[in-house]
Write a protein that binds this ligand. Sequence first.
Ligand SMILES: NC(=O)C[C@H](N)C(=O)O
Length: 332
Amino acid sequence: QSVSKPNVVVLATGGTIAGAGASAANSATYQAAKVPVDKLIAGVPELADVAHVRGEQVFQIASESFTNEKLVTLAKRVSALAKDPAVDGIVITHGTDTVEETSFFLTLTVHTDKPIVMVASMRPGTAMSADGMLNLYNAVVLAGDKESRGKGVLIAMNDDILSGRDASKRINIKTNAFSSQWGALGLVVEGRSYWFRAPVKRHTVNSEFDIDSISTLPDVQIVYGSGNMGTALYEAAAKSGAKAIIHAGTGNGSVADYAVETLKKIRASGVQIIRSARVADGLVLRNSEQPDDKYDWVVANDLNPQKAKILAAVALTKTNDPKELQRIFWQY
Ligand SMILES: NC(=O)C[C@H](N)C(=O)O
């Protein structure tokens, strides 16, 4: 029986799932990125019932400290492992704060139909009702599951199977932190997956982007929209060398009347303007609120600002044509 078990590699990057607090009552006050991967795996002996598991420590950081360099390093390692015929699936332990960025980056850039499953936790393993053990178990189940193949990068959290493209952290503190406006793909219960949906956007094997030919990413910055926001932050982003500015706009990605000229000027200097929204759900559509065709701006469709930032950075490795960028924002 043991020969038929899948081979799963756990790549550890840190986060609260590797966190430790002073007492069991510390669910929010603790240090992230403390426990090494071998200890995480040893902490869930049931993993051996569902897969042959080995661990690799890639980083040991809280995920708010992820950088473009680290994204590229991680994705290249995932890509290399996915090419190894002895590897059936890959799990990545990660902090919750930016797992939505990393999951989308891998969705866009790793060419494989093998399962890639990201997992995190809201509480450190030392806390009462720690969620990391079960999340890790579910992630290993999914990584070894043939049904997970070809569905893009997944996130295993709180029993849910979520799409790494559009799941995001929408609640802090509580363990039901992750969701997508398009719903979960399925559930894992007692070591078995139950699937109900699959993503239709381009991903992994069908992506035109490939981490094997990406070594650096351009800088993209987000400017947060609010009443009386002024224009200084847009100007600062452009001046600091950002190749695109994600406008985390109010409402439908709307732009204050006093900011339009500034954004037109920044666009004329070659920087891309991409309208997203600070509103968690919905879509930003072309020429709604602002004449994107006339101004040569791009809209982010349903992607939140941090997801739009990842797609913009990846897309800009190939093109600086706003029409092409818009095509990419519709397709991914
Ligand atoms: N729950 C967590 O993992 C939060 C932590 N700050 C991190 O993202 O690494």
